[in-house]
Write a protein that binds this ligand. Structure first.
Ligand code: C2O
Ligand code: CU
Length: 456
C-alpha cells in the first residue's frame, strides 16, 4: 500500500456533485503557499451530494467528500493539518481517540476558540498510536456531524504490518427523507430515549454498495462507526474474519464470531480471508445488508493471516494502587428551566449533573480531578434502559471488568456501556488538561450526558 506524505487536495473529488447553482463560494482548491507548514489543507464547506438517486442533499463536507477525506499519517510522525472553515457557522475539529495536547483537542472554549467562517486553524500533533481513528467537530454536533462532517484518520504502523491490502469502510446512517432533504438531527422524544436515528444507511457515502476485494488475499477492513446514534450489530455470515484491533488498539487476533456491537464513535479492524473469485459476502447490521463484498480474481499468491499488530505505547494502569472513582449515568427526564425559551433540553445526567451545551463555563466545573500520572479505576454504572458509548478525550483506558459479560481486557477510547451494566475501566492520568467525558450518542451528549475530567 502506498502512502504519499503530502496529499494536497485538488478539486471536486468524492461523491457526485450536483447543482451548485446559487451557492456562493464552494471551492476546495487551496494549495498551501508554504508547503513546509502542513501536510494537509482540509476545507470544510457545503457540498451537494446524491445520497438518494436523482435527488440533492445539501451536505457539509471535509475535503470535498462526505464522509470526509481520509487523512493518513504514520505512527511517530507529526500530523499537520491546516483547517479552513468555509461553512456558514463556527466549528472545530476533534481528533477522536488520538492522545494529544489539550490545545489540539478541538473542544470550543476549552482547547481553542471556535474557528469562525473564513478563518483557519493549524492543528499539529504527534501520532503516538497506530490504528483507525476519526475526526469530527465539537460544536453544534448533532447538526454538523449529521450533515456529513465526519472523516477517517488512519495512522499506519511504524513498521509495515503484515497486511498488503486494506479498505476503510465509513458507516453512517443519514437523517434524510425520500427526496434527500435533511430531517431533524435530534428530536426531544428520541433524545430522551435511544437517540434520534437516521434512516439511510451508507458505507462510504453510498447506500448498500458493492465493494470488490482481491480473491485469496487477507484484507484489513477498517470499519468506523461515524454515525450520530446507531449501534451497528456487525456480522459477516459465511466468512473467515478475525478481529485484529478494537477502536484503534491491537488485540490478540480472534474470530469475529456471530455479531459485534459497534457503538457510535467505535471502530473495529478485521482481517478477512477473501474467498475464491466470484463469491459474494454480505456485511450486515443485524439482518440488514450494509454492503456486498465481492471477490474478484487476483494474481498475487494467496495471503495468510498476518501476525498480531504491535501494541501501542499506552501506559499500563496498576490496579493494586489505583484509586476508584464512581460515575453514574442516568436518565433525568426533566426539561431545563429555559427549554421553553429555546434553551437546551436536559434528559441525562452524570453523577446528578447535566452538561448544558449552551453554557461555556461548564468545563470550569470538572466532575473529577485526577493527579497527573496517578492510576485510576472508573466504575461506570448505567442506571438507564438505553446503552451509552462512553468516550474519554485525551487518554486511552483499559476495560477491565463488567457485571454483564466476560471481559478480556483491551485498550480503547470508547466503551459501549449496556443497559443497566456496571463496568470498570482503568487508566494512568498521564495527559494534563481538561478532558471531555461523554456519551457518543450525539443527542444524549447534547442533552446532558457529558462532563469534564481534569488532570493536574
Ligand atoms: Cu468523538 Cu468528544 O468526541
Ligand atoms: Cu448515551
Amino acid at each position: 500500500m502506498s502512502f504519499t506524505r503530502r496529499q494536497i487536495l485538488t478539486g471536486l473529488a468524492g461523491l457526485g456533485v450536483v447543482g451548485l447553482a446559487g451557492s456562493g463560494a464552494r471551492y476546495w482548491l487551496g494549495r498551501p503557499a508554504d508547503i513546509t507548514t502542513h501536510d494537509y489543507e482540509l476545507i470544510a464547506a457545503p457540498l451537494d451530494v446524491e445520497l438518494v438517486p436523482g435527488h440533492v442533499t445539501p451536505a457539509w463536507a471535509y475535503g470535498g467528500q462526505a464522509p470526509g477525506l481520509e487523512l493518513r499519517g504514520r505512527q511517530g510522525d507529526w500530523l499537520r493539518v491546516r483547517f479552513i472553515n468555509n461553512l456558514p457557522e463556527p466549528t472545530t475539529i476533534h481528533w477522536h481517540g488520538i492522545r494529544l495536547p489539550l490545545e489540539m483537542d478541538g473542544v470550543p472554549y476549552v482547547s481553542q476558540l471556535p474557528v469562525l467562517p473564513g478563518e483557519f486553524f493549524d492543528y499539529r500533533f504527534q501520532l503516538h498510536d497506530a490504528g483507525s481513528f476519526w475526526y469530527h467537530p465539537h460544536t453544534s454536533s448533532a447538526a454538523q456531524l449529521g450533515r456529513g462532517l465526519v472523516g477517517p484518520l488512519i495512522v499506519e504502523e511504524r513498521e509495515p504490518s503484515g497486511f498488503r491490502h486494506e479498505r476503510t469502510l465509513n458507516l453512517k446512517s443519514w437523517h434524510v427523507d425520500k427526496q434527500g432533504a435533511f430531517t431533524k438531527f435530534s428530536v426531544p422524544r428520541e433524545a430522551a430515549r435511544g437517540g434520534t436515528p437516521g434512516v439511510l444507511s451508507t458505507v462510504n457515502g453510498t447506500h448498500a454498495p458493492t465493494l470488490d476485494l482481491p480473491a485469496g488475499q487477507v484484507v484489513r477492513l477498517r470499519l468506523l462507526n461515524l454515525d450520530n446514534t446507531l449501534t451497528y450489530r456487525l456480522n459477516l455470515p459465511d466468512s473467515e474474519a478475525r478481529i485484529y484491533a478494537l477502536d484503534g488498539h491491537p488485540v490478540a487476533p480472534m474470530p469475529l464470531g456471530k455479531e459485534y456491537w459497534l457503538g457510535p464513535g467505535m471502530r473495529i479492524d478485521l482481517a478477512l480471508k477473501v474467498p475464491e473469485a466470484g463469491t459474494e459476502l454480505s456485511l450486515r447490521n443485524g439482518p440488514l445488508r450494509l454492503a456486498t463484498l465481492r471477490s474478484v480474481a487476483h494474481d498475487e499468491v494467496a495471503g495468510d493471516w498476518p501476525p498480531a499488530l504491535p501494541a501501542n505505547p499506552v501506559a499500563e494502569p496498576d490496579l493494586q494502587r489505583a484509586e476508584t472513582l464512581r460515575f453514574n449515568f442516568e436518565w433525568a427526564g426533566t426539561l431545563s428551566t429555559d427549554a421553553a425559551q429555546g434553551g437546551a433540553y436536559t434528559f441525562w445526567q452524570i453523577n446528578g449533573e447535566a452538561w448544558d451545551i449552551n453554557d461555556k463555563t461548564c468545563a470550569d466545573r470538572p466532575i473529577a480531578t485526577l493527579k497527573k500520572d496517578g492510576h485510576y479505576i472508573f466504575e461506570l454504572r448505567n442506571l438507564s434502559q438505553y446503552q451509552h458509548p462512553i468516550h474519554l478525550h485525551g487518554m486511552t483506558f483499559k476495560v477491565i471488568s463488567s457485571n454483564r459479560r466476560k471481559i478480556d481486557p483491551w485498550f480503547t477510547d470508547t466503551y459501549l456501556l449496556g443497559k443497566n451494566e456496571t463496568a470498570r475501566i482503568a487508566l494512568v492520568a498521564d495527559n494534563p488538561g481538561v478532558w471531555m467525558f461523554h456519551c457518543h450518542v450525539i443527542d444524549h451528549m447534547e442533552t446532558g450526558l457529558m462532563a469534564a475530567i481534569e488532570v493536574v
